[in-house]
Each structure stands twice: as structure tokens, then as C-alpha cells.
Design a binder for this molecule. Structure first.
Ligand SMILES: Nc1ncnc2c1ncn2[C@@H]1O[C@H](COP(=O)(O)OP(=O)(O)O)[C@@H](O)[C@H]1O
Ligand SMILES: [Mg+2]
Length: 343
């Protein structure tokens, strides 16, 4: 059964940026998200990958309304089947539905208030959204702390007393306390040691199974993404350039940028390392994007058409979308879903 939970439609985000050199010049507008559209199915994990600065965090923030999108729409499908314009919610309805979509950030050091006890950090969203008795709040916090592997007797302590992995558990507990249906995890395990990463990922997976949570999992680490996602969206300079099921994307990438990103994934076979594609040149500046396909200056397969024409995101295989003029002709290299590689 596939039940939609969220449709992101034609989302754009422009930032006004002041020139550092020209003191009196008007701020210029920089498009950081460019016509982003995708649909999410309840209970799935959609990963968003791409180099630093491509707009992943901005996208996450615009979806959860931590920041206003410049244009576009987000349709939220409620549990009882209503379709709601999420970005336009106001007042009571806003309170009712915004708690359903939460975000967890990368840095568990700066995202938790140092002046609040862990109990207060976790219970804050609950108190803001529900009118509950003290005993009920205690009960809920204890329950969620146990679920997320936190020691209940430490809840009166402050975040500085906890390790990075423990802090990320606190952040997850806080995100979960309002029983969200969708969580945007923005590099949620990137700052953690590898062994702790695995624990937190397992926790996220267990919670997903228990509560049917949908994840948007933002990450630059493709080996984690390959492991946990149902589908993957590849972002380049504010646009989605490829979107497919994890197997299809890793097995048969259709965009040269995806191929290049994947060639950097560590391979169990040392022979394969020789074929690593080095992305030459700088990540292009969103304030001054290249003409045509934004990836063309770094693409080994580019032609004049790529310099001139922006490729549309189009379906080139079953549920496999890509924005490359030559998707059908190129035979790009993917990575195997090797058992040794996925633990
Ligand atoms: N508040 C802001 N004002 C101006 N530009 C910003 C702001 N936040 C992010 N950006 C720019 O938007 C682009 C995307 O940033 P971000 O979403 O953080 O990327 P990612 O999470 O993929 O690394 C970058 O070029 C960044 O410099
Ligand atoms: Mg980011």
C-alpha cells in the first residue's frame, strides 16, 4: 500500500545577498532552491544527497517551515486523508499539523539549549502543543527516553553532561515527543563516530518500524544512504538532478553527477578505486550559475547542447527521473549493493 504523506511542489528559495565590495548596491537575489518537486510516501525514507552548499538544509528548513520558501507549495496528507496546504497553515490548524513534521539537526552540541535540563528539552514541544497534566508529561517523557535509549535517571542533568551520541538521542526524543509522522534528519549522524552512527541509525530504523515514521534523510555519506533509503534524490546547485529507488540509482545512475558522487564511495574491492572520478573545478556559485546544465563545466560527457540548454527532470526508466540530455545514451557506472559493504 502506498499512501502519500507530503507533496513538495515547485519550491523555490531566494536569498537576498549584499555584495561585500559595492557598499551602496542593492542586494542581489540568489536562487538556492530551484523548482524542487517530489512526493513522499508514508513510511519511506527518501535521502537527499549532494555536495555541501547545494541546498539540502535550506530544503529541509523550508519544508518544516523553519524558514519561508520564496514560492511553491507543500501539500500535507493528514492521517484522515485530508490534503492541507502546509506552508499556508495559520493559527489553530498550524498548531495542530505542524507538530506532525519535525526536524533533527546535524550538530547535537549547538542544537540543544545548554541552559535547559534534558527533561525540559524533551518536554518543551509537548507543553507547547498539548495541555497536559504534569504527571502525564512525566509519563510521556519517560516513555520516549526509554524508547530512545536514554537513562531515565539522568533526565534532570544538562546537555553538557552527555556525549555526542547521547545528545543526538536527546534530539531524537525531543523530535519524537509530539508523535510526528515525518522527520527531516539533516546530517543527523554525520558528526558522530562510526560505531555511534550505527546505533543511531538502528534507533531511527526501529522507530520508523514502530511508528510508521517517514524520513527525509539528508546526508553527504552515500554508504549510509545506500543502506537506509528507499529512494534517493540527488541535488546539484539547488535542483534535483536525479531521483530514483536506491537500487536503481546506485545500480544504474543516469546522471554524470551521480556517477561522480558514487565513484567516491569506498569500495571493498581496491581495484575499483582506480576508476574514481575526480570532480574537477569548483562547486559552481549559485549567485552565478553556469549556463545550460549547471553541471556541464565539470562533466566529462558534455556537448554544446549541455552548455546551451537546461535539461528538464524527466522519467527515463520506471520511476527513475534524471535531468541529463544524454541519460539514454550514457552507460554510467554505479556501485554494487555488496553484502560486505552494507554490513
Ligand atoms: N541565510 C542565508 N543567507 C544567504 N545565503 C544562504 C543562507 N543560508 C544558506 N545560504 C546559501 O544557500 C546555499 C545552500 O545552503 P545549504 O542549504 O546550507 O546547503 P547544504 O545543506 O546542501 O550544504 C549555499 O550557497 C549557502 O551559502
Ligand atoms: Mg546542510
Amino acid at each position: 500500500m502506498t499512501k502519500p504523506i507530503l507533496d513538495v511542489m515547485n519550491m523555490n528559495k531566494d536569498f537576498q545577498v549584499k555584495s561585500k565590495t559595492a557598499l551602496f548596491r542593492k542586494p542581489t537575489s540568489v536562487r538556492v532552491l530551484n523548482d524542487i518537486s517530489f512526493e513522499l510516501i508514508e513510511g519511506e525514507t527518501l535521502s537527499i544527497v549532494g555536495e555541501s552548499g547545494c541546498g539540502k538544509t535550506t530544503l529541509g528548513r523550508c519544508i518544516v517551515r523553519g524558514m519561508d520558501a520564496s514560492s511553491g507549495n507543500v501539500i500535507y496528507h493528514t492521517e484522515d486523508g485530508q490534503k492541507i496546504e502546509f506552508l499556508k497553515l495559520k493559527g489553530k490548524k498550524s498548531k495542530q499539523y505542524r507538530k506532525d513534521i519535525q526536524m533533527i539537526f546535524q550538530d547535537p552540541y549547538s542544537s540543544l539549549s545548554p541552559r535547559m535540563s534534558v527533561f525540559d528539552i524533551i518536554s518543551e514541544p509537548l507543553i507547547a502543543n498539548f495541555n497536559l497534566k504534569k504527571s502525564k508529561i512525566e509519563e510521556k517523557v519517560t516513555e520516549i527516553a526509554e524508547k530512545t535509549g536514554l537513562n531515565v535517571s539522568y533526565l534532570r542533568r544538562y546537555p553538557h553532561a552527555f556525549s555526542g551520541g547521547q545528545r543526538q538521542r536527546i534530539a531524537i526524543a525531543r523530535a519524537l515527543i509530539t508523535q510526528p509522522r515525518l522527520i527531516v534528519c539533516d546530517e543527523a549522524v554525520s558528526a558522530l563516530d562510526v560505531s555511534i552512527q550505527a546505533q543511531i541509525i538502528n534507533l531511527l530504523k526501529d522507530l520508523q518500524e514502530q511508528y510508521q515514521i517517514t524520513y527525509i534523510f539528508i546526508s553527504h555519506d552515500l554508504s549510509i544512504v545506500q543502506n537506509i533509503s528507499d529512494r534517493v534524490a540527488v541535488m546539484h546547485l539547488g535542483r534535483i538532478v536525479e531521483l530514483a529507488s536506491t537500487d536503481s540509482l546506485f545500480g544504474q545512475p543516469k546522471h554524470p553527477y551521480t556517477e561522480a558522487l558514487m565513484s567516491a564511495v569506498p569500495q571493498p574491492d581496491p581495484e575499483m578505486k582506480k576508476d574514481r572520478i575526480i570532480l574537477e573545478g569548483e562547486v559552481p556559485n549559485p549567485a552565478n550559475p553556469p549556463s545550460g546544465c549547471h553541471f556541464h563545466p565539470r562533466c566529462a560527457y558534455r556537448t554544446d547542447k549541455c552548455v546551451q540548454q537546461v535539461p528538464e527532470l524527466r522519467e527515463v526508466g520506471y520511476n527513475h527521473f534524471t535531468a541529463c540530455h544524454y541519460a539514454e545514451e550514457l552507460h554510467l557506472r554505479g556501485v554494487q549493493n555488496d553484502a560486505a559493504n552494507t554490513n
